[in-house]
Write a protein that binds this ligand. Structure first.
Ligand code: SIN
Ligand code: CO
Length: 410
């Protein structure tokens, strides 16, 4: 007699506030985050069987766990404007960008297609919870959680990413082939970045609850073996120095607006008659150097606030809506004494020492110390409950609530 198993959606837990960095974690194959960072992070791949033990534990109890999100829900997300989605067909290779109508997404039992949804932490609480497991890695490195769903044979082809990525198998099986090959040349005639000469060195079949960590530039190819195969990828970005320096310099230039003394004009009463009129005057060079030294523009501390602001920018498609029933400053404080204030899942918050940057703004600048302290707690814990604040009107914390950057827990 065949057993009849009813599958249940897996409900990922929120990670504890203080992560045990020195203890072994099942998620990392029985090693600690400390050891993972030293031995594997940004260095070499790691395959973890049973990274989410709940899948195997449930199977023992004749209960089948499935992804927290069903095919139908994923199709629904792919139809929304605010969800970045792509549909890839593999025979022949074809790429489309969403939003998609229900009809344009292949049925689950069709083969050779995959649908990818980016930034899912902003749209589904289970995805946000899974991200909380990875807070032993700096928030500044985090990009997003992408969900892929595929029919048998579906995949994005052999490729490499410039990301560190944790590929978590959530539903069905996927075969992963990887290679640390040097030849990363791409096939020029395809709508996707697909390697011209992929020669895999290792291969594994991942079952639900397994995970594969890949550092950047490791070539990989994941092919769905079951219909409705779901892989959840937690991706970590590393910006180029060009991007960091350009963005930092832009913001540094903008910060000069706040220095009215810079409106003073260059003056050269000491300029002598010159026989080399074509040359930039020495006097100008001398005075500019004095300005640069005074402003300390070459100092890293002058530069870092711009970098922190840049890295705290939300994703391009992020959309914030103010609260429906807006609380007055007084009501806000009463609620904050009992209910947690959380960043909207699309909000990014980063700290630079005691300065906090939220969605691209320095939210601690010019704020009372109690408000700055509240922001630091929000940045570190990604939640805040406090009775310490006495007045909130016109502060950046209340403004962030009005803008929908911060929301109260349900
Ligand atoms: C996938 O989930 O199908 C693709 C993920 C990746 O290869 O980066
Ligand atoms: Co990839």
């Amino acid at each position: 007699m065949t057993a009849f198993y009813l599958s249940k959606p897996y409900q990922p837990p929120q990670a504890p506030q203080n992560l045990p960095l020195k203890q072994p974690w099942a998620l990392l194959g029985g090693i600690s985050p400390d050891r993972f960072m030293k031995q594997y992070w940004h260095k070499k791949p790691l395959l973890v069987r049973g990274a989410i033990p709940a899948f195997a534990l449930s199977a023992k109890n004749d209960e089948v766990l499935d992804s927290p999100i069903s095919y139908e829900e994923i199709v629904h997300f792919a139809g929304q404007e605010e969800v970045e989605s792509r549909l890839i067909q593999s025979k022949p290779w074809h790429l489309d960008h969403g939003p998609f109508t229900n009809k344009s997404i292949p049925k689950i039992d069709r083969s050779d297609w995959t649908l990818l949804l980016q930034g899912m932490e902003a749209h589904h609480p289970a995805a946000a919870k899974i991200l909380s497991w990875f807070r032993f890695i700096p928030d500044a490195r985090l990009d997003d959680l992408m969900i892929s769903i595929a029919g048998i044979g579906g995949g994005v082809g052999p490729h490499f990413d410039s990301y560190d990525v944790f590929l978590i198998q959530m539903s069905g099986r996927r075969q992963w082939c990887i290679s640390e090959q040097k030849d990363l040349s791409l096939n020029p005639n395809l709508p996707l970045k697909i390697l011209k000469n992929f020669k895999h060195e290792q291969e594994w079949i991942l079952e639900p609850g397994d995970m594969l960590y890949l550092p950047p530039q490791v070539a990989h190819d994941g092919i769905a073996l079951d219909s409705g195969c779901q892989t959840w990828s937690v991706g970590f970005r590393s910006p180029s120095f060009k991007e960091l320096l350009q963005e930092g310099l832009w913001r540094l230039a903008e910060s000069l607006e706040q220095l009215p003394e810079l409106e003073n004009k260059f003056a050269d009463p000491q300029q002598l008659a010159t026989a080399n009129a074509e040359q930039l005057p020495d006097e100008l060079i001398k005075q500019l150097k004095t300005q640069l030294d005074t402003l300390q523009l070459h100092q890293i501390d002058r530069f870092l606030p711009g970098i922190a602001a840049y890295l705290s920018e939300p994703k391009q498609q992020a959309y914030f809506d103010g609260p429906k029933n807006c609380l007055s400053p007084k009501q806000f404080l009463l609620k904050l004494a009992k209910t947690a204030l959380l960043p909207n899942p699309q909000t990014r918050i980063l700290s630079l020492g005691k300065q906090v940057f939220c969605n691209g703004d320095n939210v601690t600048k010019g704020q009372p110390p109690s408000v700055a302290a509240a922001w630091s707690t929000l940045s570190a814990n990604k939640r805040l409950v406090t009775q310490q604040l006495k007045s909130i009107d016109k502060t950046s914390l209340y403004e962030a609530y009005l803008a929908g950057w911060l929301i109260f827990e349900d």
